[in-house]
Design a binder for this molecule. Structure first.
Ligand SMILES: Cc1ncc(COP(=O)(O)O)c(C=O)c1O
Length: 359
């Protein structure tokens, strides 16, 4: 197979494909999914909808009905538009493609969500990751200075941030939006657990759009994300979208579930209460530093030499609990584990495994 070696980009050959651990048989607390399934009555209604779909037809390319429903239930400001993606991952791709002019620079705090950098690389754009402070708070002055130096066309702010879990101060994010020479995307994947949002403020700025996903509120398998903003931005992103990107299945299921959003909201509220409980329990554990979270996960650092985090991760795995291990990735995250909030039972099992792994 030398032909592939000649044809495929050298940097792609040097990469490894996005790794997702095999979670079969584990208590799965690694990728910030909702631990809750649908109530039986709603699952049945979804089944009826799916049974009546026309699988022989392409989806309606504008997905008009779903977009209008999202505008309504997610309180998108009047006059703003919505673009749908197969997960917000795909929206990140579309936005990056749309700004990928010669000389464009992409910037984000670091560490943050990996796909911001990955798509910049795919579109051959320089990516500047501006380091957070050691406690993962935003170094606002450093970020503002980096914007002056690099003049980014595109700035990503995950709010709250992944994998650190903290929301940056609203006033600091606002300073970044005002000072940015180009587009700022506020990625609110964890907004259902945070409360604070920039959504109502989109119309205050001519360079702001808000990215969201339904993945964290019980619909990760549906694969649906959206970006909301002034039509001037959204109409341009739309040109980089694959014509039928959201399947008839995803569209129909999302409509049914978002019409019943109260069910998903109630589940998210339990997750928030469980997170607060988890934070209190983690505070009582020795050998661990936890970082403030407004998301459906908590980032912790295992105290000790290099390898301490991986040892705890492996010991938890042996007890049947899968969390996310960040050692070996971004250096600021060495010995860090990200604990997704699960059901009360799963959280108890996770804490027990963590305690025993630390002892
Ligand atoms: C900050 C952030 N943005 C976007 C995503 C992508 O979500 P999805 O593609 O499931 O919509 C994630 C997933 O974990 C995330 O953490």
């Amino acid at each position: 197979m030398t032909r592939a070696k000649q044809v495929i980009r050298a940097d792609v050959q040097g990469m490894t494909a996005y790794h997702v651990s095999d979670a079969s048989g584990f208590i799965k607390l690694d990728v910030m999914e909702s631990p809750y399934r649908l109530p039986a009555w709603l699952a049945k209604e979804v089944g009826d909808v799916v049974a009546n779909l026309e699988f022989n037809r392409y989806p309606v390319p504008t997905a008009h009905k779903l977009r209008e429903l999202i505008k309504d239930v997610m309180h998108v400001p009047a006059g703003c538009e919505v673009l749908l993606g197969t997960g917000s991952d795909e929206c990140i791709q579309y936005i990056t493609a749309a700004v990928a002019r010669e000389g464009a620079v992409v910037m984000a705090p670091a560490p943050s969500f990996a796909m911001f950098q990955l798509y910049a690389q795919f579109y051959r754009l320089p990516f500047i990751g501006v380091p957070l402070n050691a406690d993962f708070t935003l170094d606002t002055e450093r970020f503002l200075a980096a914007m002056v130096e690099h003049r980014p066309s595109l700035v990503w702010i995950a709010f709250p941030n992944n994998p650190t879990g903290n929301p940056f101060p609203v006033a600091d994010v606002e300073r970044i939006i005002r000072a940015a020479p180009g587009l700022v995307v506020i990625d609110e994947a964890y907004q259902p657990f945070a409360g604070t949002t920039f959504m109502p403020r989109i119309t205050e700025f001519d360079n702001l759009v808000v990215l969201r996903t339904v993945s964290k509120i019980g619909m990760a398998g549906v694969r649906l994300g959206y970006v909301s903003g002034h039509p001037e931005w959204i109409n341009e992103f739309d040109k980089t979208r694959s014509p039928f990107n959201v399947s008839v299945l995803s569209e129909a299921v999302a409509i049914k579930l978002l019409e019943n959003k109260a069910v998903l909201d109630a589940q998210a509220a339990i997750v928030c209460a469980e997170r607060d409980d988890m934070v209190a329990h983690l505070a009582g554990l020795d050998g661990l530093t936890q970082f403030p979270s407004a998301a459906n996960f908590v980032l912790v650092r295992v105290e000790g030499p290099a390898g301490a985090g991986t040892r705890v991760f492996d010991a938890m795995k042996r007890q049947g609990v899968l969390v996310k291990n960040f050692s070996g990735g971004h250096p600021m995250l060495d010995n860090c584990l990200r604990l997704t909030i699960g059901t009360p039972d799963e959280n108890r099992a996770m804490l027990a495994a963590l305690k025993s792994a630390l002892s």
